[in-house]
Write a protein that binds this ligand. Structure first.
Ligand SMILES: Cc1cc2nc3c(=O)[nH]c(=O)nc-3n(C[C@H](O)[C@H](O)[C@H](O)COP(=O)(O)OP(=O)(O)OC[C@H]3O[C@@H](n4cnc5c(N)ncnc54)[C@H](O)[C@@H]3O)c2cc1C
Length: 501
């Protein structure tokens, strides 16, 4: 039988059989104990753990700037049983976190999910104690899919805080870090063990001919922490056409698919590559994640409506991430534009984001109008239909009912007054749930489900942990736990090998 997976391989490589790169006695330009591919959270956790154990570690990053998606992320990490939860009297546990992830992801690797939940607290403490990352002692992020508030916030609240402390810790442990170094291939030894890498140094992304190739040997292990492929339109189009060229992304430009293609070409097992998450609450007028998403999510979704340019609502604005993304995508496929609309009431009700709203207005991302008609005319939305939509919505709000989209309208207020706000919304690709299949110790499997000796993977490069849907705040902690687990397993093997030598 010809499976979808085989078809994908055929499209990618024109063959259903894996090829492996083997070269008898390659002439190595450099030898280290361990090589880590990628400089995001997973790579930092793996490299620091290995260096703590006394190994010589080389970290390779293809881009000029380090940090991958980690450095541009929000830096929120989900930790059950954190001191902040204890202080706030919130009861949480690894079991509750695992149940949340399994419920959201449905098709997840349950053992890996439980492993993540059980190791989240100790790994987070490690970042606090060893990396020196600072965490907000008073606040927690509560996202859709979490049964309790669980997201710890770094200080300042940004992935840069996590990244900069991690890279400093790694440097202090003498991890060698090389940027502009693209890993192009893996060398395997006579027993199928990963031996080293073909690396393009002085690489200038995205020019494949830039720089020169060298061969680097890893005595102990290689850890693949090359992140996701959210910025690779062509690959997305191939694995999941509905997440293809139609959508922009929140990811850094280097989140491309050459590394996952390499893995597939080498017969490494991959799972869930078609499971790609789009965020529904992003401004169409900003690059990447942008700054308008809190306005879209807090104001227009909570205290307003989302309409298409025909003036019609099409979704429960408070529905699940997946539901909203799917409905928004349908609208876009039908050639519609989408707008979030709210009024002064919302801003007054929750004045925390007042300054941010003013700044977004100055930049023209959010626009305000004295009337619904002015808003409709200036945004090319059908006014006649929009009036009907708003009237219908207001009636439901006044009667505090659950509306036709299953949205409970008992806790919001009608749209009226002389200050109307509008922002154009467009979903963007945010996270790749699929990737390399690993064991709990993050050892990489081949297509025959066999462990490939000395080869590990962690972070967004791996698949199976989030299944169909990732809960926000849970991927950085997965990258940290996975990277550390890989490092600890390599150290364990190294020590037992040394004892046997
Ligand atoms: C805007 C944004 C906000 C986010 N906010 C959060 C949040 O608040 N909380 C949360 O949990 N998650 C968040 N996420 C998701 C999270 O940031 C990522 O899942 C996580 O950073 C992945 O870490 P990683 O180490 O696996 O990969 P990355 O951090 O992406 O690092 C991978 C690195 O590998 C490099 N690389 C790839 N291929 C090669 C190669 N062949 N050779 C050499 N180098 C290579 C890449 O250039 C990249 O630098 C966010 C994501 C985005 C885009």
């Amino acid at each position: 039988m010809f499976h979808r997976r085989d078809l994908l391989k055929f499209l990618l490589f024109g063959t259903c059989c894996p090829t492996t790169h083997a070269e008898e006695n390659p002439k190595w330009d450099l030898t280290v104990d361990a090589i880590v591919v990628g400089s995001g959270a997973a790579g930092l956790a793996a490299a620091a753990t290995l260096a703590e154990g006394g190994l010589s570690v080389l970290m390779l990053e293809k881009m000029n700037s380090l940090g991958g998606n980690t450095v541009i992320s929000g830096g929120d990490v989900a930790v059950p049983g954190s001191p902040v939860q204890l202080k706030m009297g919130i009861k949480d546990s690894p079991q509750m976190m695992a149940e949340d992830l399994i419920r959201a992801g449905k098709t997840v690797d349950k053992e890996r999910v439980r492993f993540l939940a059980q190791n989240a607290l100790s790994t987070w403490k490690w970042t606090q104690e060893k990396w020196g990352t600072r965490w907000n002692p008073d606040k927690l992020q509560f996202d859709e899919g979490q049964s309790v508030p669980r997201g710890l916030l770094s200080i300042p609240r940004s992935g840069f805080a996590l990244f900069s402390s991690g890279i400093e810790y790694a440097r202090n442990l003498n991890v060698q870090i090389r940027n502009n170094s693209l890993v192009e291939d893996i060398f395997f030894g006579p027993n199928g063990e990963a031996q080293g890498l073909l690396v393009r140094t002085r690489y200038k992304f995205p020019d494949p001919a830039s720089g020169t190739q060298i061969k680097i040997r890893a005595r102990r292990a290689i850890v693949l922490c090359f992140g996701g492929f959210g910025a690779d339109e062509e690959f997305r189009e191939m694995v999941n056409p509905s997440m293809g060229k139609l959508l922009a992304t929140t990811n850094q430009p280097g989140a491309t698919a050459e590394s996952i293609r390499m893995a597939m070409r080498l017969g490494i097992k991959t799972v869930d590559l078609d499971q790609i998450q789009a965020l529904s609450w992003i401004s169409a007028d900003e690059i990447g994640l942008g700054d308008a998403w809190p306005f879209i999510e807090q104001y227009s979704a909570f205290y307003g409506i989302w309409v298409n340019n025909k003036g019609k609502r099409f979704v429960n604005e408070r529905g699940s991430q997946r539901l909203r993304s799917e409905r928004l995508l349908e609208e876009i496929k039908n050639g519609h534009r989408i707008f979030g609309i709210t009024t002064q009431n919302a801003i007054e009700h929750q004045p925390d984001d007042l300054q941010a709203t003013e700044e977004l207005k100055l930049r023209g991302i959010i626009r305000s109008f004295p009337s619904l008609e002015a808003l409709a005319v200036n945004s090319s939305i059908s006014y006649t239909e929009l009036v009907r939509t708003v009237e219908k919505y207001n009636t439901c709000v006044n009667n505090a009912v659950i509306d036709e989209f299953q949205r409970n309208l008992s806790n919001t207020f009608p749209l009226n007054g002389t200050n109307w706000f509008v922002v154009e919304i467009r979903p963007k690709v945010h996270h790749c749930m699929g990737g390399i299949k690993t064991t709990l110790s993050m050892q990489v499997l081949n297509n025959k489900n066999q462990i490939i000796p000395n080869l590990y993977a962690a972070g967004e490069a791996t698949g199976g942990i989030f299944g169909r849907s990732r809960i926000p705040c849970h991927s950085l902690i997965d990258a940290l736990v996975g990277g550390r687990a890989a490092g600890l397993h390599i150290l364990e093997n190294t020590h037992s090998k040394n004892e046997n030598d």
